[in-house]
Design a protein around this ligand. Structure first.
Ligand SMILES: Cc1cc2nc3c(=O)[nH]c(=O)nc-3n(C[C@H](O)[C@H](O)[C@H](O)COP(=O)(O)O)c2cc1C
Length: 336
């Protein structure tokens, strides 16, 4: 994949864990958490904001201050020492945010001033997500630059209802300028971000995540959804990115079309699949790599367990998000 030789075809999918330090720096526990899982080979980090505006949830990590970069350097060093690779997932939350969760406590930004009609967790409890402010064209260009500056070896989060995906949706983007309307226009911001990052760090270190028919996002790409993703993939092909990552929402025809259009590494994550189905997409020639989420979270030594046909740890949903090491770095390994 790109210039990397991955040890096998599994990978760790991106998972927010809400355990950064208060200023958004990943701390020592994060370095320990990722290093524990290094045998998964390719680790895709939790969604990480490229700017203050880009933060959606409370205590997610950022990568836009010197301290953030220092924290991430420690994480990557420990992952590399343990034999793994780390791609940071650049996630701008767009409208999926709340002023109580961001350092500047400002209104969220989005392609259009349309609320997602959802609630979000804040330090003051669950809150209705307010109507975001429409980005001006100048601000769109500034946001592209935020992504550029944050890049180091990254997955661009174009999925799950966050900013880039909000530009794709017919019901979240009603702009009348060149960022709204036609398929080409709705994909423009995604391509500008991708180009900026490729210029900054090289195509071989850049991946792009999409979630056609995302199960838990209010963003609806409309009837032109298949065309939009095929057009996007063709544009990303021109840029020669290291990988495209599809979170498979069940449109098998679109997935086949993407496989046909995309010549480089294709990652396919099918949420909630059974353990015996983990290799199906690879065996069928659809995917090159199968990222896993929940199993990697609960089993730091998932690969060793597979190799030994050993039982897997139970997943504790109660500690997905929150403080401290419990449910983060204390899932036992076989050795322990
Ligand atoms: C606790 C948790 C946090 C997640 N955070 C993210 C995220 O930051 N970015 C993202 O693209 N997907 C995120 N996901 C989705 C996972 O990457 C993955 O697609 C999903 O868990 C389905 O795969 P699985 O059945 O192997 O867990 C998250 C999932 C979980 C369980």
């Amino acid at each position: 994949m790109g210039k990397l030789n991955l040890p096998h075809r599994l990978a760790m999918a991106s998972m927010i864990r809400i355990r950064a330090l208060p200023d958004g720096t990943p701390g020592d526990l994060s370095a320990e958490y990722y290093a524990q899982r290094a045998s998964l080979g390719l680790l895709i980090s939790e969604g990480t904001q490229p700017s203050e505006d880009g933060q959606g949830y409370n205590t997610t990590p950022g990568i836009y201050t010197e301290k953030h970069i220092e924290g991430w350097r420690k994480v990557t060093n420990e992952v590399h020492d343990a034999g793994g690779y780390l791609f940071i997932q650049l996630m701008h939350a767009g409208r999926m945010s709340h002023p109580d969760n961001t350092p500047h406590q400002r209104q969220g930004v989005a392609p259009s001033a349309i609320a997602p009609e959802a609630e979000i967790s804040t330090p003051n409890g669950m809150m209705e997500i307010p109507v975001p402010r429409e980005l001006s064209k100048t601000e769109i260009k500034e946001t592209v630059e935020d992504f550029r500056k944050a890049a180091a070896g990254v997955e661009i989060h174009g999925a799950n209802g966050y900013l880039i995906h909000q530009f794709f949706g017919e019901n979240s983007n009603i702009r009348t300028d060149e960022y709204g309307g036609s398929v080409e226009n709705r994909v423009r911001f995604a391509i500008e971000v991708s180009k900026a990052i490729v210029e900054e760090i090289g195509a071989e270190r850049t991946g792009f995540l999409i979630s056609p028919n995302a199960p838990f996002s209010k963003v609806n790409e409309g009837k032109s959804g298949s065309d939009l993703y095929c057009y996007l993939v063709e544009e990303l092909k021109k840029l020669n990115l290291a990988y495209v990552h599809v979170m498979n929402g069940g449109d098998e025809e679109l997935l086949h079309n993407i496989r046909t259009l995309w010549p480089n590494t294709l990652l396919v994550n099918t949420p909630g699949r059974a353990l015996e189905d983990i290799a199906t997409d690879i065996e069928n020639g659809i995917a090159d790599v199968a990222p896993i989420g929940a199993w990697a979270l609960a089993n730091p030594d998932f690969i060793e367990r597979l190799n030994h046909n050993a039982p897997l740890n139970e997943l504790d949903r109660g500690t997905f998000f929150g403080e401290g090491g419990h449910g983060y770095v204390d899932y036992p390994t076989l050795k322990k």
